[in-house]
Design a protein around this ligand. Sequence first.
Ligand SMILES: Nc1ncnc2c1ncn2[C@@H]1O[C@H](COP(=O)(O)OP(=O)(O)O)[C@@H](O)[C@H]1O
Ligand SMILES: [Mg+2]
Length: 438
Amino acid sequence: MRLSAYFLPLLRENPSEAQIVSHRLMLRAGMIRQSSAGIYSWLPLGLRVLKKVEQIVREEQDASGALEVLMPTIQPAELWQESGRYDDYGKEMLRITDRHERAMLYGPTNEEQITDIFRQSVKSYRDLPRNLYHIQWKFRDEVRPRFGVMRGREFLMKDAYSFDLDAAGAKRSYNRMFVAYLRTFARMGLKAIPMRADTGPIGGDLSHEFIILAETGESQVFCDKAWLDADILASEIDYAGDLEPFVERWTRLYAATDEKHDAKACPVAEDRLVTARGIEVGHIFYFGTKYSKPMGAVVAGPKGEPIAVEMGSYGIGVSRLVGAVIEASHDDAGIIWPESVAPFTLGLVNLRAADARCVAAADALYARLGAAGIETLYDDRDESPGAKFAAMDLIGLPYQLVIGPRGLDKGLVELKERKTGRKEELSPEAALNRLGGK
Ligand SMILES: Nc1ncnc2c1ncn2[C@@H]1O[C@H](COP(=O)(O)OP(=O)(O)O)[C@@H](O)[C@H]1O
Ligand SMILES: [Mg+2]
C-alpha cells in the first residue's frame, strides 16, 4: 500500500480525552475515531489489526472443534423473557421498539439466542457435543465507557457456546476452550493468565477470567512469579485427547483477582508473589442447565429420556484486544506491534521523494516485496525524513526499510527492527531474504 494513496490521519498532539496509552496511540496513529461515547469507527489501519486479531481467534476456535455461525445483533425481547434475564439485565441493555411496537434489543451477549437455535434443531444425544461461536458486535450501555476500545459501549466479541449431555462432557468442552484461549492470546504476544473468577450475572459453577498484566488494567491481580516465564505455545495440543493434565498444570499455578485473593490464605510466598494491574481479555463459564431448563433445550438420551443440556459460554474481547496489545507493547515513540497482529509487516521509507534515483529504487523494491507476499506500507510521500521516521515509529510496524541517497551510493538500504531499534545496512537482496521468512 502506498501511503500517498492511503487514509492514515495521524495526530501530532496527544488527544486530551485519552487517559491511557492505547487510547492515545490508537487515535494518534489514525486507527479509530470516536462516533459517540464508547462507540468508534475503525479506520483502515485499525481495521487491519482488528481483522488479524479476529483471524487468530477464529483459527484457534476452529482448531478446538468449535463451529462458526453468525447471529444477528438485534434480538427479540421474548427470548430474554423466557430465560428471565430481560428485567435483570437493567440499564446496560439497549432496548428498541420496532414499527410494530415489538420489543427488541441490541444483544449484549447471545446465550438466549443460541439456546433457541439449539432447541429448534437438536433433538438427540447423538448430536452432542457441539460448540458454536460467532464474532459479532455487542452493545452494553456501560455507565462509564472509557479508555477507548477497552471499555466501549459497542464492541466486537467472540462468544462461543457449548452443549453437552452431562457435566463430565461439559468439563471437556470447558477444557478445550481453556486451552484454545491460552493459545489465542499467546499467539498475539500476550501473556494472559487464567484466574478463578466469580460467575456474576451469567451464573454457574466454574469460571476463569483471562487477564493480561498492564499498569492501566482495571483490576488488581495476584499471581505466582512463575507465570512470567510460562511458555504456552511450547506444548503440542491434541484436542481429541485428554486436556485435563494441561489444564491442571496451568490452573495449579496460583493466580487470582482481587475478589478471590486472600492474603492470609495465599499459598505463594511473598517473594514469589506478583501484585499487578490486569486487563480482562477473555472470560469462560460453565453454567450447567441455567438456560437449557427454562428455555426447554432438551435432547432425548440413550433410553429416550429427556435431558436438559449442559452449557458453557466463552467470551473474548476482540476489539478490546487491539487496545490490550498496545498497552502491553509500546514505547515513548509509539506502538510496537507483534508480527502476528501488525497491520503491515514492513514500512518501506523513501527518504527523498524528489530524487528520481531513490524513487526508482524504492518502487522496484516495493514491487519485489509485493511479489514476495510481504505486507508493506510504502511511504512514498514528499515529507521530511524526520516526519517519516516519526510516523513509522508511531504506527509501530515490526520492520522499517529505509532507502536514501547515501545508502544507494553504496548499493545499501537500512533495515530497522522497531522493537529493539536495531539498525543494519545491507543490500536490497539481503533485506528481501531477511524479510522473506516473515
Ligand atoms: N465494554 C466492553 N468493551 C470492550 N470489551 C468488553 C466490554 N465488556 C466486555 N468486554 C470483553 O468481552 C469479554 C467477555 O465479556 P463478559 O465477561 O461477558 O463481560 P464482563 O467482564 O463485563 O462481565 C470480556 O472478557 C472482555 O474482554
Ligand atoms: Mg467478564
